[in-house]
Design a protein around this ligand. Structure first.
Ligand code: TXA
Ligand code: MG
Length: 336
């Protein structure tokens, strides 16, 4: 992929117009959003969308989120727009929330992986919005990484995973949220959470004035899934990830020792302020104890430890509070 720097404060109209034209003729364009970088293609063009699946090595049963610049454009990709969608869009768009609704026939089945439903969102990044307005087509975009690997929160992360792919990357800097959008299914009587993410369940419930339900776990690994991308192993760095108890410095040190004795190069991700008795050979990364700030840095930290060549990463578990749900979900998948 070829990289073009774009100033988020003032996106160069020529670069945006060029990228938009590429999307319209079926090429791939990776672009920044406030959550993670997306690998975009014209959502009306099944061949272009097929290029996304090929580039990522993504299984064809995993549907792709469609990105649009505003509510009017969102309404054009669905056949129903319930009150709940109005409320949530008004409260959280542009922003890290994906609404799943009945799919309009003009969107090819490949985008929704054959499901009758489509995920749609308006991202909050100025480069994404400029691109979507200029493209004048809905843009299908999964995270810009190989399937099951870590999501990219910077343009260099995209290049690390997808360097060989034909297309351009708009480099708009680091992603502020750093974790993917919350995915909520509004096609059910009671809205269903399919993936925790940048908007908390509490915030959704406050705006909806009702409780939402969590997607039931599939009966077996082969059973159809409500959110087909919610595979157990996902969002994973190359290094093996091992969780250890929150706030327990002794348990952490014991895990590190065991891994080192087994010959591993060890990285550590912690949010507690441990005084660890290790020097140079263990890469300790201290993240903030605030859930939002932690999320913003998690993927970049795992990318950095991977790039350093560690073979095992010990991660301190995060607090068992709702505000940490999205982070806990990604860590559980990375470690499984
Ligand atoms: O923040 C984000 O959502 C990022 C940025 C680029 O927008 N995108 C992203 O896409 O994370 P992806 O493809 O990596 O994850 C999309 C998730 C998957 O778990 C997928 O199964 C689910 O959303 N999803 C998408 N469309 C769906 C649909 N029609 N029904 C159920 N789940 C859907
Ligand atoms: Mg992804």
């Amino acid at each position: 992929m070829r990289l073009h720097a774009v100033d988020p404060a003032n996106p160069d109209p020529d670069i945006i117009a060029d990228a938009a034209a590429r999307l319209r003729i079926g090429e791939l364009v990776a672009f920044p959003t406030e959550t993670v970088y997306g690998l975009g293609a014209n959502a009306l063009d099944a061949e272009a969308v097929a290029r996304i699946f090929a580039a990522k090595g993504r299984p064809s049963y995993n549907p792709v989120i469609v990105h649009v610049p505003d509510v009017d454009a969102a309404r054009c990709v669905v056949t129903r727009w319930p009150d709940a969608a109005d409320k949530l869009a008004a409260a959280f768009w542009p922003g890290p929330l994906t609404l799943v609704l009945p799919k309009a026939p003009r969107i090819p089945d490949l985008v929704s992986a054959g499901l009758p439903l489509i995920g749609v969102r308006v991202p909050a990044h100025p480069v994404a919005l400029a691109l979507l307005r200029a493209a004048r087509v809905p843009v299908a975009a999964p995270s810009a990484n190989k399937s099951n690997q870590l999501s990219p929160t910077s343009a260099p992360h995209v290049l690390r995973g997808l360097a060989d792919v034909d297309g351009v990357v708009l480099d708009g800097g680091d992603c502020a949220v750093g974790i993917e959008s919350t995915v909520i299914d509004l096609s059910t009587d009671v809205p269903t959470l399919l993936r925790p993410g940048g908007v908390s369940v509490e915030a959704l419930e406050r705006v909806l004035g009702m409780n939402i339900q969590l997607a039931a776990a599939p009966a077996s690994a082969e059973a159809p899934r409500r959110s087909p991308g919610a595979l157990d192993r996902h969002y994973a760095p190359r290094a093996r990830v091992q969780m250890c108890a929150a706030g327990d410095g002794i348990a952490l040190a014991t895990s590190i020792d065991a891994l080192r004795s087994a010959g591993a190069r060890v990285g550590v991700v912690a949010w507690s302020d441990f005084d660890l008795p290790f020097n140079g050979d263990v890469s300790v990364r201290q993240l903030p104890g605030d859930a939002v700030e932690y999320a913003a840095r998690l993927f970049a930290t795992l990318h950095e430890l991977d790039a350093r060549g560690v073979s095992a990463i010990v991660v301190e578990s995060v607090p068992d509070l709702p505000i940490w749900d999205a982070v806990r979900d990604r860590l559980r998948r990375a470690a499984s």
